[in-house]
Design a protein around this ligand. Structure first.
Ligand SMILES: [Zn+2]
Length: 78
């Protein structure tokens, strides 16, 4: 298993706040070290997370995850 796959397994995503569908962490198909989380069902997604020079790819990969999970919580509050 690659480092990348191992890291990815640690990530847990909450269901989509809009449709309750399953979300997935995705790597941009064209851009290097660019990540986002997208709902499999309705297609809503977080903005791209692009790796900065001083960051590790693990850090970059976790930004959209945090963003996604926080959005789900916000949705439940209201
Ligand atoms: Zn959805």
């Amino acid at each position: 298993m690659t480092e990348y796959q191992k890291e990815r397994q640690k990530i847990s995503l909450k269901p989509c706040p809009f449709c309750g569908g399953e979300a997935r962490l995705r790597k941009h198909y064209r851009l290097e070290q660019t990540w986002y989380v997208q709902c499999n069902q309705c297609g809503i997604r977080t903005p791209n997370s692009v790796q900065a020079a001083y960051e590790s790819w693990k850090t970059t990969m976790n930004y959209p995850v945090q963003l996604w999970n926080r959005r789900v919580e916000d949705g439940n509050d209201t």
